[in-house]
Design a binder for this molecule. Structure first.
Ligand code: HEC
Length: 171
């Protein structure tokens, strides 16, 4: 005849089952079901989220160039582009000095005559060995970077004729 199990075995068994029963709550807790209704599906992109843009995306109009936009572009360029392209855009940034392939200077005739959308697309999707910045730089800030690159290019090809007589006379 079998002896009844000692009390310690019963208590042990109950203690083991209690956490297992607790797990069942996970099937009933609030969560996002994969095929839930439109109201709860994550179809709407929350505001403030950086969208992943595609090269050729013209959905973001070019914002008017203001000093605030250029300053924003300077900040973003300093953080995201200068490590390779250098603060002056000559392509000798610190990452390049440490062995990354050197980009062309930004103030070449080719890049100076390139339409702004091309520069925007390069920032969005990358170019050759340069990776894209769609997930790091918001669309409006990409335009700010493009405006700042234009200012950099211009700054290296200023002609005397570009200056007003007052500017020429200034020390
Ligand atoms: C990790 C280094 C690196 C970073 C960071 C980087 N670039 Fe580049 N970039 C390159 C290299 C290298 C090339 C040349 C790619 C090639 O020809 O394969 C290039 C090419 C370019 C070109 C020329 C594209 C063309 O049409 O010829 C532009 C414009 C440019 N980069 C702008 C930027 C801007 C603006 C940023 C910042 C948002 C940036 N890059 C960040 C390395 C970088």
């Amino acid at each position: 005849m079998m002896r009844p199990a000692p009390a310690i075995v019963w208590i042990g068994t109950v203690l083991l089952l209690v956490p297992a029963a607790g797990c069942d709550d996970m099937t009933r807790q609030n969560k996002q079901n994969p095929y839930a209704s439109r109201e709860t599906a994550p179809a709407d992109i929350p505001s403030g989220v950086v969208q992943y843009g595609q090269p050729g995306d013209t959905s973001r109009p070019i914002p008017p160039v203001t000093i605030a936009l250029l300053e924003r572009g300077h900040t973003e360029y300093h953080v995201f582009c200068a490590p390779c392209h250098a603060e002056t855009g000559n392509g000798r940034g610190m990452i390049v000095q440490r062995g990354f392939p050197a980009p062309p200077p930004l103030a070449t005739a080719d890049l100076m005559s390139a339409p702004p959308q091309r520069l925007y697309d390069v920032v969005t999707g990358g170019w050759g060995v340069m990776y894209g910045f769609a997930q790091r730089i918001a669309p409006d800030d990409r335009w700010a970077v493009v405006a700042y690159v234009r200012a950099l290019q211009r700054s290296q090809h200023m002609m005397l004729a570009d200056l007003t007589p007052e500017q020429r006379a200034a020390p």
